[in-house]
Design a protein around this ligand. Structure first.
Ligand code: HEM
Length: 587
């Protein structure tokens, strides 16, 4: 898991065929979402389904017009710079904070795991060898379509500086063969914002996560509080057990353990689901397990959708794009459109939405102790022993600006093992390599595609970039999309991301909203259990702060908008003053 950050295998070839061809027979009168996302769209039944191949906004640009070989050479025909070199020189560490909190970052990752998961061919494969580093630096798989595509670390690296350190494991994403035999990657999750990372993507998986009593999810009790259940038998590849009693968590998405802030939000929504079950049951004592579970599930999903589009998305894309794409939280009448394809685009999952990695700061101060990010990965102890202080840190501490600068906690120490210096990975390099693996066209091609002018000189790049970029790339036309996109200045209007990535994301978030038949504001949804106008008004007002207050004892005062720093318009208030669902009058 540490190596590929993923646990689940890709789909079997039969599953791939069924998701990416043919259709499903749907029961249009079924009120709730399916687990795998099928039958949300009753015309295009596979839209948004787990296993669907990513949509291509532009055809892939694999090596030399090939159908599968990663993008490897620049416009002069020479090899592209090593992804680690790009990372080390361009994504170096510099500290610039902004008015968003680390909770903005954390929601981003939590939401990512609801929407996307790109499985790799074989997560336990080892691709590095000494001969690779001393030889021609190219794994033979690269030419034959095989799974290995390790990242070679140039000599003289400031962190990974022995021969053994000079190769970073990297396995290519699993694929399906698209039209004309072209390699296409697929999404192992449902595209929909549907809580699939909480509930799972199949009926079987969902069942293992349920208690089957009173609608509730399965929990593990510790010191009188509910935590995620144990992923039984999982060792160091899943989480690091540091303290007596530590155990790896199980949730609807296997990446739940990678970062304690992420496991914290999973824990919060587990408790929220179960608490809703109690409240609903008090109102409807005759409802059975299944009904309570599904009703609580759809409220949880509605709350997640509402928080995402009110507190999160506008902070990404800014006011103007939010307006033109119907993403404004207020004043938009929701109208479902079955012809909208919600499928995530490859460019969204592989580049634009990874902007969030740039938000991560060097450390979090938890219960008065400053802990480096590199010492937080995969450690359940921070959730089991310090859930409240951890969440307090996330809502208090500023996130880093979206820019080319990265913390070394991600570029040198990603998933580093305890007491094993240099056993970590480089996330910026992985993002760049992943883009090449998927054959994403370079930065300038994407700018042009989105109606923006190509850049013609490194001089045009902001963030004191000229020297850095010209040391790495032979031409502006070679710049990797991820690196170029991060280097843009925020597009403006309170958005925090550059103009290219903002456009890619505004379009995707719009499709995920208006193409979702079960969207919580859809009052005319065929067959689906819809919310009434009054219920929608209530659901539209639940802030993340309320959910945190409801699930974390002792959290007494919070700012209403926890993804933004406190200021005169967003000061700390008592939990009881925050809006809450009125279950009594909900039905
Ligand atoms: C501590 C925080 C985080 C860690 C440790 C982390 C780690 C990772 C890792 C290891 C990968 C796989 C890279 C690869 O091999 O291709 C990944 C993928 C990704 N991350 Fe993060 N991430 C974090 C936060 C975020 C945030 C805040 C966002 C967005 C706002 C984000 C968005 C993504 C996306 C979209 C992918 C691709 C997912 C897929 O399709 O599989 N991540 N992340």
């Amino acid at each position: 898991y540490r190596h590929d950050s993923r646990q689940t295998r890709g789909l079997s070839s039969m599953q791939k065929r069924s998701v990416n061809g043919g259709s499903v027979v749907c029961d249009a009168s079924y009120s709730y979402r399916s687990y795998d996302g099928a039958c949300n769209n009753l015309v295009h039944t596979n839209y948004g389904r787990a296993g669907a191949k990513f949509r291509r906004e532009l055809p892939p640009k694999y090596h030399g017009g090939d159908k599968t070989t990663p993008r490897m050479s620049g416009s002069n025909g020479k090899p592209l710079p090593s992804a680690r070199k790009v990372s080390a020189i361009i994504h170096d560490p510099e500290n610039h904070t902004m008015g968003a909190t680390m909770m903005f970052m954390q929601w981003g990752q939590f939401l990512d795991h609801d929407m996307t998961h790109t499985p790799v061919v074989n997560e336990s494969l080892r691709c590095c060898s000494n001969s690779l580093v001393t030889g021609n630096n190219l794994h033979h798989d690269v030419r034959t379509g095989g799974p290995c595509f390790p990242i070679i670390i140039p000599s003289g690296d400031s962190h990974f500086n022995t021969v053994q350190d000079r190769c970073m494991e990297f396995v290519r994403s699993d694929s399906v063969t698209g039209a004309n035999g072209v390699r296409q990657q697929y999404n192992g999750n449902t595209a929909w914002i549907d809580g699939s990372h909480i509930y799972g993507i199949s009926a079987d998986q969902a069942s293992t996560l349920r208690s089957h009593q009173g609608g509730k999810l399965r929990v593990r009790r510790r010191n009188g509080m509910d935590y995620l259940p144990e992923d039984v038998g999982k060792g160091d590849e899943t989480c690091f057990k540091i303290k007596e009693g530590d155990y790896c968590f199980l949730a609807g998405d296997h990446r739940v353990n990678v970062f304690p802030g992420l496991s914290a939000l999973h824990t919060v929504f587990l408790r929220y689901h179960n608490k809703l079950c109690d409240r609903i049951k008090a109102k409807h004592p005759s409802w059975g397990d299944e009904k309570l579970y599904q009703e609580s599930r759809r409220i949880v999903i509605a709350v997640i959708q509402g928080i995402t589009y009110r507190e999160f998305v506008p902070q990404i894309v800014g006011d103007s794009l939010a307006r033109t794409h119907g993403l404004n939280p207020h004043g938009v009448t929701f109208k479902y459109n079955s012809s909208i394809d919600p499928t995530l685009t490859n460019v969204f999952a592989t580049a634009a939405y990874r902007f969030g990695h740039s938000l991560v700061s060097d450390s979090l101060t938890i219960a008065g102790r400053e802990v480096e990010i590199g010492d937080l990965y995969m450690r359940p102890k921070f959730v089991l022993n310090s859930l409240r202080p951890l969440v307090e840190a996330l809502i208090a501490e500023p996130a880093q600006r979206v820019d080319r600068w990265y913390t070394t906690g991600l570029t040198n120490r990603l998933f580093e093992m305890p007491n094993k210096p240099k056993s970590g990975f480089d996330l910026a390099a992985r993002n760049i390599q992943r883009g090449r693996d998927h054959g994403l066209a370079p930065y300038n091609v994407w700018r042009e595609h989105y109606g923006l002018s190509r850049i013609t000189s490194f001089n045009q790049l902001p963030q004191r970039s000229f020297q850095r970029f010209s040391r790495v790339y032979a031409s502006v036309d070679d710049i990797d999309l991820y690196t170029g996109g991060l280097t843009e200045l925020p597009a403006g209007g309170r958005g925090r991301v550059g103009e290219l990535f903002s456009r890619i994301m505004a379009q995707q978030f719009s499709a995920l909203k208006f193409g979702d038949r079960f969207w919580y504001e859809n009052k005319q949804s065929t067959g689906a259990a819809t919310f009434t106008e009054r219920q929608i008004r209530q659901l539209s007002r639940i802030p993340l702060s309320r959910v945190l207050c409801d699930t974390i004892p002792g959290l007494d005062k919070v700012q209403a908008a926890t993804m933004r720093a406190t200021d005169s318009t967003n000061s700390k208030v008592t939990c009881s003053s925050l809006f809450d669902l009125d279950i009594e009058h909900f039905w």
